[in-house]
Write a protein that binds this ligand. Sequence first.
Ligand code: MRU
Length: 377
Amino acid sequence: MADPYAPVAADAPSSQVPALRWDEPPEGPVLVLLDQTRLPAEEVELVCTDVPALVGAIRTLAVRGAPLLGIAGAYGVALAAVRGFDVEDAAQTLAHARPTAVNLAYGVRRALAAYRSAMAGGGDLGAAAGAALAEARLLHRQDAESSARMASAGLALLDELLPGGNHRILTHCNTGALVSGGEGTAFAVALAAHRAGRLQRLWVDETRPLLQGARLTAYEAARNGMAYTLLTDSAAGSLFAAGEVDAVLIGADRIAADGSVANKVGSYPLAVLARYHHVPFVVVAPTTTIDPDTQDGASIEVEQRAAQEVTEFAVPPAAGAEAGAGVPVAPLGTQAYNPAFDVTPPELVTALVTEDGALSPVTGSGIADLCARSRQA
Ligand code: MRU
């Protein structure tokens, strides 16, 4: 097998394997995931035949990122339905597998509504399962379309904010094809800038503790032939101070009604740095990530994860090896503060780019208008 850490050809696809796909082998329908815990060492598929397997994959981050979680949740409901499990129960479990990304509950809700309405319309179980699957496929397609529209709206905004091209963009966590039915959110904008010849450099935060930046964004950037440089999260301050960052582009896991943005922990410090250094801080997310039922940032439930993710350094497993415990970097029994996300207040966000265009400034009334428009579309 090729060395996964060797330089990558510029025209290599972002991955040989899609982040997620529905399959129907003779043994019965399955949801197949690209196991993101194994990247970049190897592209291994994880086959889910039931909802507990999918919930496990969601909790371990084998499948992750807000839009993809929504798609996985919708297919999970379809999987329960076609395999004859208790659909209502499966939907409940799936919707609560992780608490912060609102897309997960949204995707589950859509597939469940399709299932329920087929049942209420007198359909049999097979027809209702078919309706849930059709809804999951529709969400998958819509997310790919949203992704393409965000990329062009985001590129237009960058050109407006930073005339002259040669953008040096800092990003955090992973927001590319690994989190979406298409090419992603923030990463898709950087990729559009690269393809247009206007990306000078993508600065990639490693994104401690689970290294989504180092393992996944660097992987996607390399495969797309982008000029990128990896940095430790704590090096971002000196990079700003050196005048090396023109814009920050990040995704979101939930956007509250007042415009507060929950995203991977470490996003809020970047917003503060960006404001201090007069650098645009741009959030790129589909409207499915807006949650009008969550009033403000303080009301967003932030997932707290195991101390072990901080007290041990999780080296990605080598090809073929079991994913084991990481290397301890703190004395045994050390407590750790390990929120998976943080919340950036709307006043620190220069613009929110969605598939329906950009919103700037980000305010509660702007968010309400955006939601009303996207409901009509
Ligand atoms: O914990 P993860 O890896 O699921 O977190 C993902 C992020 O925080 C992404 O930045 C976010 O989902 C936006 S991706 C479109």
